[in-house]
Ligand binder design. Structure first.
Ligand code: SF4
Length: 492
């Protein structure tokens, strides 16, 4: 029995990301590696493709796959339409099609009528929740010609049942970030717009820190050293949430760094983590110090908003606006670059939010920002609220991508929100802004002073390069959207 695991991706849209953008922004998907590791190899062969790097374009492409089972992983809602298209192509070719992922589980649990319309007709079987417990059973059932329609994970699997992903199945060399890892799952903070708590649970589960470090060690000892090969991205939603666990993990990573001095990593955490310390095995550690010593060079931080009211509305008051400048400076003092997640269109946002955000990001020299229009993702409290208030006007999943307004904002029109968003995107990645944020005189003088050590110069060059790529992406997408937005709103 042959299984082809597909991570769907939208591509070839003038207003979307290109293959080059996706390999620059994205990471190798660990889901394929996890599912591959769970597959009983005595009865099944497993292959994986990620459409970010290997799009299935033509009818001949679909004909060419010699496989029995297609497994579709839909974690991001904006990929759901593409998954439907792939599923119907393969079902026409009499393949068994299996679905799973965050979006699929959210529709089943919270929006059953859409599940019945958009997934059930295109699926032979569906995996709900995390796959560890149910995936091998599903494959055995297919092998024995007795698959069920729904495979629901009972509990969220404990971390000792998480397999080591099969990295050999992920085309990691095609991505700028070649190594991704996951040490934890879950987040109890339950921000209104986020699907992590509802899918991965409020209990923070942690993989044995020693196993995580050994896994990285193994990859480093096998890989040729070179650009991007010693950098590891932790895809955990909130890696510093459990400070005791983070201390344990960081201490193991410090040992890895001693063996492989080029080893470095990036992750995602709350901005306030940098203010915190932890007592671990009788010793007091500052989290920033642990980050720096263990090789952290970049952190994605969900800043989300510079408005206190908007943060309160999103159940995210633990982000304290007045502390932002000091917290950002601390990250910078530890040599850690920030990628700030910023969201626009909260109920208390007015058009002023764009100017305020620009000023804040430039003033605090935030190196990169991931800007998104608020997306009411299925399964979240936000989606349920907007749905109940009759505020969703666009039900096309493809537009739930953070670059389209799909609901009526409170204090702006959809057009004002989209226009303000694209104008900010353009301004933030303009040369005057890049110069102020990453190549300003104080950074250049510090880099020159540290010569002949080239690390600061290299930092400026790589950060400028990243900003330039974002500038190209944003201006291309903004150009394409200028006309299409008007048409879309005209119909509503
Ligand atoms: S946005 Fe971050 S902090 Fe909030 S629930 Fe999601 S993962 Fe947790």
């Amino acid at each position: 029995m042959k299984i082809l695991f597909i991570t769907p991706e939208t591509f070839d849209k003038e207003e979307g990301y290109t293959k080059e953008d996706l390999t620059f922004i994205g990471f190798p998907s660990l889901t394929a590696g996890v599912i591959g590791a769970l597959t009983p190899l005595e009865i099944a062969e497993f292959k994986a493709i990620d459409e970010a790097i290997e799009p299935i374009r033509t009818s001949e492409d679909f004909d060419g796959f010699q496989t029995d089972i297609i497994a579709l992983s839909v974690n991001m809602s904006y990929k759901a339409n593409r998954a439907m298209k792939i599923a119907s192509e393969f079902r026409r070719r009499r393949k068994i099609v299996v679905w799973g992922g965050v979006h699929v589980t959210a529709l089943y649990d919270h929006h059953r009528e859409r599940f019945e319309k958009e997934i059930e007709p295109y699926a032979d079987a569906v995996v709900l929740g995390e796959a560890e417990e149910v995936w091998p059973q599903l494959i055995w059932d297919i092998y024995n010609n007795s698959p069920k329609k729904i495979y629901r994970a009972g509990d969220r699997p404990k971390s000792d049942s998480w397999p080591q992903p099969r990295y050999d199945l992920i085309s990691s060399d095609k991505f700028l970030v070649k190594n991704s890892r996951q040490a934890t799952r879950g987040c109890p903070l339950d921000c209104e717009f986020c699907s992590v708590t509802s899918f991965s649970g409020s209990v923070f589960r942690r993989r044995d820190a020693k196993i995580v470090a050994n896994d990285i060690r193994e990859t480093l000892s096998q890989r040729k050293q070179g650009f991007g090969r010693s950098f590891f991205a932790f895809v955990d939603d909130n890696i510093c949430f459990d400070r005791g666990y983070f201390a344990e993990l960081a201490l193991h990573l410090i040992e890895v760094k001693k063996e492989f001095p080029k080893f470095c990593w990036g992750g995602q955490s709350n901005l306030y983590s940098i203010d915190k310390s932890v007592r671990y095995k009788g010793v007091e550690y500052s989290l920033g110090d642990l980050m720096e010593r263990s090789g952290c060079i970049a952190m994605f931080v969900g800043i989300e908003s510079v408005s206190k009211e908007s943060l309160a509305g999103a159940n995210k008051s633990f982000n304290e606006v007045e502390k932002y400048p000091d917290q950002i400076k601390k990250f910078h003092d530890y040599g850690i670059m920030l990628n700030a997640g910023m969201v626009f269109g909260f109920d208390t946002d007015t058009e002023n939010v764009f100017g305020d955000t620009y000023e804040f990001l430039v003033k605090n020299k935030v190196e990169i920002s991931l800007l998104n229009i608020l997306v009411p993702l299925p399964g979240t409290t936000l989606y349920k609220r907007y749905y109940a208030e009759g505020r969703l006007f666009d039900h096309n999943w493809e537009n739930y991508d953070g670059r389209h307004v799909v609901y009526y904002p409170s204090l702006m029109t959809p057009e004002q929100l989209e226009r303000g968003f694209f104008d900010l995107w353009k301004a933030l990645y303009s040369w005057p802004s890049i110069v102020k944020r990453v190549v300003n005189p104080s950074q250049v003088i510090a880099a020159l002073k540290s010569l002949p050590n080239m690390s600061k110069i290299n930092q400026i060059v790589s950060r400028t390069y990243m900003n330039k790529r974002y500038a190209e992406i944003s201006s291309r997408i903004a150009r394409a959207r200028r006309s299409s937005s008007k048409d879309r709103f005209a119909r509503t």
